[in-house]
Design a protein around this ligand. Structure first.
Ligand code: NAP
Length: 541
């Protein structure tokens, strides 16, 4: 994939204006925008092709839970040239889309694929980062853009005895390119988060026997997937710029209708009607039945009880329902899963669930999984869907150092510190896309990436226009933004429940909500104010 790389470095050098790490949606769009400005740019990507998480998460059943109309670049040059088949497209279709976007933007020649950045160090005298890669090469760049995503560094399994297992094991987040034998096999799955609930129904159909090892039950709701509405798609294609303006004014950068009424404002019959309507609409609509369900326990309980009752209706065995239905935390306080036939899978004779809360894993054996009760579950294949080292994992693994030898995550021991999620003080010319302190995973990530890349490329243009070489977030701006992020999440039920969006300080139990929960619309407005006021909070030199 590296043949014909158009490095576009200054002749005879490895010096670039910008290096972009990652070739997911953010990386593709960043390289496109920077190349469009005529700057020299190099992309580095560990996979052999574009796609990012959609390259690696190619497990059976993988699909997005944001509707396709907005899970793509709102770019008039691309929108009408593409058509989606489903409202919630599957991984192969999303990967095809990202390949299409990469080709349309002509960005592949700027990338070195199958190349891992092993470190980057800021050289203050030269005013550039020195970037090292696993093939021994060294590059320099004035600006370094981390388009590495928030859910890209997998949590790897560390079960005792795994090395003795004589079958095969795989991870959903690093699903192999080649066919994984499932048909007629005895398969075990660990993990019942968004990835687990997607892979389980697919494996259930093909495996001779499927054993799900569940630690914490999750709320999951049906996507109610279906074909894309061609008329709606065409209408958006007719004025893509207007749609982008509409999305910038949306709290989640998609068009899930949002409620204005609190639960208590409605009669029981009206509440029921809203619950049924959201259930029928499917997907994350169940997060948006009542305006106060993320902040008010009584409103939240109405939604949780409704979902539990719906799931009980699906399940043939009430004892299984007791294991599968969460009761110990409010709905939406851990990310709501969206599925296609998840609970239905447990009505099959070949599917078993093991409750690890009552029968934990003792160890993995050569033949399968031994649990404390003494039962050995014999398996040919184990699928781990254990999630990610979210928000900080990819950044920590990137080994970026400032002039004091610190990495950003060295300074984040009490929770991430950023200005607008885009920069962290002490790391000049380093930009983070869709990271901690931005709406990030609380909004549509493709549009979040677009907005961030546009902001960064405009900022670089501003610097060039004024002859500035370096930019850093000021410590005051970072502190102020930290307070904004804290205030936006202060009354969220989600802050009180352990989940990957909350950083907990072990010494005093204080909790830091990692993404900005004030809404994409407010965040965008804030960024626009910062620009209008001459990039307040950024120090240029
Ligand atoms: P996740 O939500 O973090 O779930 C990980 C699962 O693994 C949990 O059930 C967890 O149990 C379990 N687990 C972890 N360590 C374990 C252990 N040692 N023993 C047993 N079980 C263990 O990860 P994910 O499902 O990959 O999803 C992560 C995020 O990726 C989602 O929230 C979403 O943002 C994104 N995603 C989106 C989609 C989509 O668009 N539809 C699909 C997949 C992923 P505990 O809860 O007890 O820790």
């Amino acid at each position: 994939m590296n043949e014909g790389v158009v490095t576009r470095a200054a002749p005879g050098t490895n010096a670039y204006d910008v290096i972009v790490i990652g070739a997911g949606a953010g990386g593709i769009y960043a390289v496109h925008r920077i190349a469009e400005r005529g700057m020299t740019v190099l992309g580095l990507e560990r996979a052999p092709d574009v796609g990012g998480v959609w390259y690696h998460n190619r497990y059976p059943g993988a699909r997005v839970d944001v509707e396709a109309y907005h899970y793509c670049f709102l770019d008039p040059d691309l929108y009408a040239k593409w058509t989606w088949t489903e409202r919630y497209p599957s991984q192969p279709e999303i990967l095809s889309y990202l390949r299409f976007a990469a080709d349309e933007y002509g960005i592949r020649p700027f990338y070195r694929f199958s190349t891992w950045m092993t470190g980057a160090t800021w050289d203050p005298a030269a005013g550039h980062y020195v970037v090292r890669t696993d093939d021994g090469a060294t590059y320099t760049c004035r600006f370094l853009i981390m388009a590495t995503g928030q859910l890209s560094r997998s949590r790897t399994p560390s079960f005792a005895g795994l090395e003795t297992f004589e079958g095969r094991w795989v991870q959903t987040s690093e699903w192999p390119d080649e066919e994984v034998a499932v048909d007629g096999q005895r398969v075990g799955v660990f993990g019942t988060g968004s990835s687990g609930v997607q892979v389980i129904p697919q494996l259930a159909k093909r495996a001779a026997r499927l054993t799900v090892f569940q630690r914490t039950a999750n709320f999951s709701v049906p996507a109610q997937n279906g074909p894309v509405d061609a008329e709606k798609y065409a209408a958006i294609a007719g004025d893509v710029d207007a749609e982008w303006r509409t999305m910038r004014a949306s709290p989640i950068a998609s068009d899930v209708p949002l409620p204005t009424a609190n639960a208590a404002d409605l009669s029981p019959a009206e509440q029921r009607a809203e619950l049924e309507a959201c259930w029928a609409r499917g997907g994350h609509s169940m997060n948006a039945v009542f305006a106060d369900q993320a902040r008010d326990y009584a409103a939240n309980t109405l939604v949780a009880d409704f979902v539990r009752a719906k799931v009980r209706d699906v399940l043939d065995d009430p004892k299984r329902a007791d294991v599968l239905l969460p009761t110990e935390y409010p709905i939406g306080s851990r990310r709501l899963c969206v599925d296609t036939g998840y609970y239905e899978a447990y009505n099959r004779d070949n599917v078993e669930i093991v409750n690890l809360k009552t029968d934990p894993v003792e160890r993995i054996t050569p033949r399968g999984v031994l649990t404390r009760s003494g039962r050995e579950h014999e398996l040919d294949l184990i699928v781990f869907a254990l999630g990610f080292d979210a928000f900080t994992g990819a950044l920590a693994g990137a080994n970026i150092r400032n002039e004091k030898g610190q990495s950003p995550t060295d300074l984040w021991s009490r929770g991430p510190r950023t200005y607008l999620g885009l920069m962290t003080h002490g790391f000049p010319n380093l930009f983070l896309l869709t990271g901690a302190g931005s709406p990030s995973v609380l909004a549509n990530m493709i549009l979040g990436n677009m907005q961030h890349v546009d902001f960064v490329t405009d900022l670089i243009a501003h610097m060039d226009a004024h002859g500035f070489h370096e930019v850093d977030a000021t410590i005051d701006a970072e502190d102020d933004w930290g307070r904004e992020v804290e205030a936006a999440a202060s009354d969220l039920i989600r802050l009180e429940v352990d989940n990957y969006m909350v950083h907990v300080n072990v010494d005093d139990g204080s909790r830091v909500f990692i993404p900005y929960a004030g809404g994409f619309h407010r965040y965008v407005a804030h960024c626009e104010r910062v620009v209008a006021e001459g990039y307040t909070g950024f120090a240029f030199s």
